[in-house]
Ligand binder design. Structure first.
Ligand code: SF4
Length: 346
């Protein structure tokens, strides 16, 4: 990736041709994340999906919980040039998933790249064909049980479809992952992505109960990266055709998510907000004012927002009897969750 492409989805280029096309879009922050449902019957002990979402039939685009009808509007706000469809298991609601794919292709054109994640539990020939016909560009399986491996072969039989595997890696997963890689290779899949197993509030207790420890440096399972490296080397020695790739968790957070925030921030920045290099937005806030401040402050909810100029916020807050803050948030519609809220007056 060149510096030029950072956070600019319009410049989503194939800079790493050995990787799946969907990954190249993610690097530039060019993929919107569509969480199509939280429904899933796989019950993985390591599931990182928050309990606000898992098992609930909810619909999110990026960090926004929205009505299905607002799909295109939210994609436009992020300036995405593609989307990844995830969950839960998107195939638990096949009608909605197919409808999302059709709408995105109709609204943003055939070039709008879409990939989807599924365990394969609900996949069958009919559903796979429907997804392909609707315009799904790439399908990534996360097989959770041996009998689901056959779904990879069913998908790979569809000519011209990009079919691969994306699975978490951690110590103790190696022998299962070796059998997945061998199967994916024999089934004609194009790639196997190994993701360092992430530790989140949703899975920490289950992981610790099984003896896993969080790494001291980042929110992943200790030893996950090394386990992934061993698998990549093993696959290379075996001479498999399938491309086995290790995706470090830091890359996801520090590059993909940051670039997506920067891209959204650029398109959806209020005149008084400042976009930071980390993809967050900063602004000043006046609350509980005795006298309303002038028109240069925007009234939102029950507060006034303006430039994050500490001196100016202090002076205005003292003149109008307000509490003054400087806040930093992700570029979500509501500018929440707040990363930092610093009271600067009184
Ligand atoms: S298949 Fe995915 S969403 Fe479902 S339980 Fe497993 S990790 Fe969670």
């Amino acid at each position: 990736m060149t510096g030029e492409t950072l956070g600019d989805p319009s410049k989503a280029v194939i800079s790493k041709p050995w990787l799946p096309k969907g990954c190249n879009y993610c690097f530039t922050g060019g993929k919107a994340v569509i969480f199509v449902t939280g429904l899933c019957d796989d019950g993985c002990f390591y599931c990182p999906v928050s309990r606000e979402r898992l098992g609930r039939d909810v619909f999110y685009v990026n960090e926004e919980k929205i009505d299905f009808g607002m799909l295109e509007m939210e994609i436009e706000r992020s300036g995405a040039s593609g989307a990844s469809i995830t969950g839960g298991d998107p195939l638990a609601v096949p009608g909605r998933t197919v409808s999302v794919i059709k709408r995105l292709k109709r609204s943003f054109g055939q070039e709008f790249h879409i990939h989807l994640y599924t365990s394969g539990r609900y996949a069958n020939k009919g559903i796979l064909w429907e997804l392909y016909s609707a315009g799904l560009d790439e399908i990534r399986f996360h097989p959770t049980r041996k009998h689901l491996l056959g779904k990879i072969r069913q998908a790979a039989r569809i000519d011209g479809w990009s079919v691969g595997v994306e699975v978490p890696v951690a110590p103790g997963f190696e022998s299962w992952l070796k059998s997945i890689i061998e199967f994916a290779d024999s089934a004609g899949a194009g790639f196997v992505n190994l993701n360092e197993l992430e530790v989140s509030p949703a899975n920490i207790y289950e992981l610790e109960a099984r003896g896993y420890k969080p790494s001291r440096k980042k929110p992943v399972v200790e030893g996950a990266f090394e386990a992934g490296l061993r698998l990549v080397r093993w696959a290379r020695e075996k001479g498999f055709k399938v491309n086995v790739h290790l995706c470090p968790a830091t890359y996801k957070d520090a590059v993909q998510t940051r670039n997506r925030f920067i891209a959204t921030g650029r398109l959806d920045l209020k005149p008084y907000e400042v976009l930071t290099p980390e993809g967050t937005v900063k602004y000043g806030v006046l609350r509980s004012c005795k006298v309303p401040p002038s028109g240069e402050y925007e009234y939102i909810g029950d507060e006034y927002r303006g430039l994050p100029d500490i001196e100016k916020i202090r002076i205005t807050a003292s003149q109008h009897g307000c509490l003054g803050f400087v806040e930093e948030a992700h570029p979500t519609r509501a500018r929440k969750p707040v990363i930092e809220s610093v009271q600067v007056y009184p």
